[in-house]
Design a binder for this molecule. Structure first.
Ligand SMILES: Cc1ncc(COP(=O)(O)O)c(C=O)c1O
Length: 567
């Protein structure tokens, strides 16, 4: 099937698979994409043409309701129109004034590799269904794992659909190690007879427990990692496992706790230090208490870096505490993992190689399109701890060695997109140097933004940025002595100040001029920019600041009037 010859009537199926139709549409698509990206990257046009969601849904539905195939030429022209519409209605992440979420202006060539993946539908459940995609994934895992500092041959990893699923996967492995009975029997307090191979307390043994030699999994020193368990004296559910995190951990950790059935209330939060990092002394105190209470600890979750403000937890010191208490250390490096590729910034994840597991989103600071998340285990055998399944139609018992390469045994997904081919392609073409430059560049631009805001009277910046995330707020001129940082409104106006930030963000979004996000710190709302486009420079930042300056006084005036109306 390789002709658009209309002389013979063809079935819709024949036309849909016609190579000539694909060629014509494909060539037009590449041209349209190149033109679109070129103009967006140069800062032309809006970051987004804001439309009400219902309007968009109704337009999309209209296309489905009027769908009627006439001939191949008409299909090509419709393809072009749909392409144009889709590009026009989307968000322009490649626009240099798009400084919102932690989603990058993706490397264009990676998208082209993705076309191979999607058009030939390489899936990754078993090796034989996507051999090259799996080979590319394994090569990427090997190369980046080495950069984390893991020992070749000892560590292992996998690629999965996003950081949230990656964190759940690693924490399941940790949970199954800490509480091996749960996979089969579900969440319940641990029975004494299950405290086998664990550090069972004398008290518990004299209670009648009989260690029966069940499987225990130690750390690399051969030390048993399980905690001893007996009835607790205070707050925690007796013998129900806990996760130890901090307040700025990403919400997906709470979700993982919910999904794992341990419950959000079993997610314990270590206080933060002055830089919004995990306070290591407080962690030590918490682990001492938990150990005294004989509560099973699934893992300590450190963050590199936090979503809200980009703070890097002190991983090396946290690893010291975890190793003293023989607790699994998981590092959620979904956003900041890529600093291990930068000589200038790698110190921020000092000690990362000591983590039992690490999650690292390539679709954040490796600038590949969503979704491509990497999960690493310091001990490669732990890959097999997260999931258990029997699927005789999938896994071939006559080739047991293949399970080493069958992703289905280590990932939640069964049918899984080949997500790392584009990353492998970009790493092969540009080497890791490109990624070092990307990290260095966006960190540098974030620092510049922070300095520009610091130097402007109307803005208050939350700490110096450690990463490419800048958190700040607009301080209105309250009329006492001109716009000034001294004019932070008194407490009763704090709510209004938060409302101002929300309105400011929405006004910016709906104007299409720029895109930024908001975050909440200690119950107050701030604006938040993440530099995820290496083509953003100080001129674009100056334009955004100027736009905020124009919008804010009007919005603040409106808020004041609202206040008077309701007074
Ligand atoms: C620290 C951190 N962890 C996890 C996630 C979730 O990752 P994903 O959006 O890929 O599911 C994010 C996303 O922003 C994050 O910043």
């Amino acid at each position: 099937m390789n002709t658009l010859d209309e002389s013979q009537p063809k079935s819709l199926i024949e036309i849909a698979y016609d190579s000539e139709l694909t060629r014509q549409c494909g060539a037009a698509l590449v041209d349209a994409l190149v033109e679109h990206l070129g103009s967006v990257q140069s800062g032309e046009g809006p970051v987004q043409r804001w439309r009400d969601p219902e309007e968009n849904i109704s337009d999309a539905l209209q296309w489905l309701e009027t769908a009627r195939f006439s001939d191949s030429q008409h299909a090509v022209s419709q393809f072009n129109e749909l392409t144009r519409l889709s590009l026009q209605r989307g968000q322009n992440l490649n626009h240099p004034r798009c400084v919102g979420h932690q989603v990058p202006a993706p490397l264009p060539l990676v998208g082209l590799f993705d076309a191979i993946t999607t058009m030939t539908n390489q899936v990754q459940g078993v090796y034989e269904m996507g051999p090259w995609g799996i080979a590319a994934e394994r090569a990427v895992i090997e190369k980046i794992g080495q950069k984390i500092g893991y020992q070749s041959g000892e560590f292992g990893g996998l690629v999965t659909s996003g950081g949230s699923l990656g964190n759940l996967t690693a924490l399941l492995a940790a949970r199954n190690e800490a509480c091996p009975w749960i996979w089969n029997e579900g969440s319940r307090p641990q029975q004494q007879s299950e405290r086998v191979g664990m550090n069972v307390s004398d008290e518990a043994v004299s209670d009648g427990a009989t260690p029966d030699g069940g499987q225990a999994h130690g750390d690399e020193n051969g030390t048993d990692r399980h905690q001893s368990v007996s009835t607790t004296k205070t707050g925690f559910s007796p013998r129900m496992p806990v996760l130890v995190v901090h307040t700025d951990a990403h919400y997906c950790i709470d979700r993982a706790a919910g999904v794992m059935g341990i419950g959000k209330s079993q997610v314990l939060r270590v206080p933060l230090d002055n830089h919004r990092r995990m306070d290591v002394n407080e962690l030590e105190r918490m682990l001492v208490d938990l150990t005294a209470e004989e509560v099973p600890i699934i893992a300590v979750v450190a963050v590199a870096c936090t979503t809200a403000v980009g703070a890097f937890d002190p991983i090396d010191s946290i690893a010291d505490v975890c190793s003293r208490h023989r607790v699994w250390l998981h590092v959620d490096a979904a956003h900041g993992g890529a600093v291990c590729l930068s000589r200038r910034h790698r110190h921020l994840v000092h000690g990362l190689e000591r983590a039992d597991s690490v999650v690292f989103d390539a679709h954040k600071m490796m600038f590949v399109p969503a979704v491509c998340a990497l999960v690493f285990y310091r001990n490669k055998q732990n890959r097999f701890r997260a999931f258990e399944q029997k699927a005789p139609y999938l896994f071939d018992p006559s080739a047991p060695d293949m399970s080493e390469y069958d992703n289905g045994v280590v990932t939640f997904e069964c049918t899984k997109r080949s997500a790392a081919l584009g990353l492998w392609g970009a790493m092969s073409i540009f080497g890791l140097d490109l990624f070092e430059q990307l990290v260095d560049r966006v960190f540098q631009v974030a620092k510049q933004l922070s300095e520009m805001l610091e130097n402007a009277n109307e803005f208050e910046v939350v700490g110096a940025p450690q990463a490419n995330i800048v958190v700040f707020r607009y301080l209105p001129d309250t009329g006492t002595s001109g716009a000034s940082k001294a004019n932070v409104p008194p407490d009763e106006s704090a709510v209004k100040l938060s409302q101002l930030q929300l309105r400011l963000r929405r006004a910016m979004l709906e104007s299409g001029f720029g895109y930024l996000t908001q975050t909440s710190l200690d119950d107050e709302i701030y604006l938040r920019c993440t530099i995820m486009n290496p083509l953003t420079d100080v001129s674009h930042l100056a334009e955004i600041i100027e736009k905020l300056r124009q919008l804010a006084p009007v919005l603040w005036g409106e808020l004041q009037e609202l206040g008077q109306d309701t007074a």
